[in-house]
Write a protein that binds this ligand. Sequence first.
Ligand SMILES: CC(C)(COP(=O)(O)OP(=O)(O)OC[C@H]1O[C@@H](n2cnc3c(N)ncnc32)[C@H](O)[C@@H]1OP(=O)(O)O)[C@@H](O)C(=O)NCCC(=O)NCCS
Length: 381
Amino acid sequence: MTDITLPEGYSPGLEGVIASLSAISKVDPQGDELIYYGYKVSQLCEQSNFEEVSYLLLYAALPTAEKLADFKRKLIAERNVDKKILDTLCTMPENAHYMDILRSGVSLMAHFDPQCEDNSREAEIAKSIRLIAKMPTLLAARIRTLKGEKSVAPNSKLGHAANFLYMVDGKEPDPDFSKALDTSLICYAEHGLNASTFAARVAASTLADMHGCITGAVATLKGPLHGGANEHAMHMLIDIGEASRAQSYIKEKLAQKAKIMGFGHRVYKKKDSRAPILKELSWKMGKKLNNTKWNEISDVVEKTMMDEKKLFPNVDFPAAALYYLLGFPIEVDTPLFVVARMSGWCAHVMEQRIGNRILRPESFYTGPEPRDYVPIASRGA
Ligand SMILES: CC(C)(COP(=O)(O)OP(=O)(O)OC[C@H]1O[C@@H](n2cnc3c(N)ncnc32)[C@H](O)[C@@H]1OP(=O)(O)O)[C@@H](O)C(=O)NCCC(=O)NCCS
């Protein structure tokens, strides 16, 4: 590959390539602030909730009180997952990756969705609501199965985040825990044309059904360079073990040219505005639980990365300690990202349908020139 003249316009990793028009979100270059339909995520975290943000992403506007109440009712009504799906997923091997379980779960849900083949806007809104509502139920059931416990039915009195904690633990959660989870779901709900959203839009551009688009998105999110970073970040914090070891650990990893998970970003250049929100929550949770060890290690890692590489934490880094403190098994970090991002993915699938043109880029051929087929007997050793 070294003596190849690269074609003009080729951008490795598609960096800087504009592959679609989107009104859904943007990283505002003024202060690297993420906005959903113009609303600052930091304000949404302070004043809104995940259900309202999901409404905003699906309908492109904030709801009235009446519309929000109706949307919440619909979400609650769609929380149950068909028993056949739960039974199938819960009998999968114990070592099956959570993300694979969720990917299969979305795929299986397609067979049970009465509007699977209907790509009209009305049907896609209904399917989006079902997907958003059912993911926590599916994930909670799998968490409990692996603990050898029976799944817990959704609690219609609780909001999206609180109900998820309820289905995991079987008891009403501490409101601070629910609020922390809810805020993280808002932070993770949407992020432009990231890899998994792009995957969903590529599938949507072929007019594939919503569940197919989302199945591809879940598969793409699993990768450690995308969603998997939060899990890897937590494993690293555990590996470091104590704050006094953090600086030397990171320096050693960097000397080995290792990537430190939860740092750097393709889009943000100065900071990821979601990271300080989750960092503050994580510290709050650490203090509440009288266990600030992970926060202290995280702070040293963050400082060392800034000193050594001028790299800032992205949303996945503080999410790692936060989710650990909330008591989730580490393997659930990326699945929680799925629970949140479902709203953003569904919004993008619907947006792609508008004025759609199939996404079909080109590759630059680097293989041999045309040549004659060599019969097997003439190929030598
Ligand atoms: C997010 C990420 C994939 C962006 O990738 P990208 O835009 O292609 O950036 P690159 O991987 O080309 O990185 C540019 C430079 O910064 C370095 N770098 C970027 N992120 C790094 C990290 N987390 N740790 C150490 N070095 C890093 C690269 O090694 C590279 O250095 P070089 O020019 O000396 O080779 C990348 O920063 C990364 O792999 N981060 C860790 C995974 C992660 O946290 N993902 C979640 C994203 S929300």
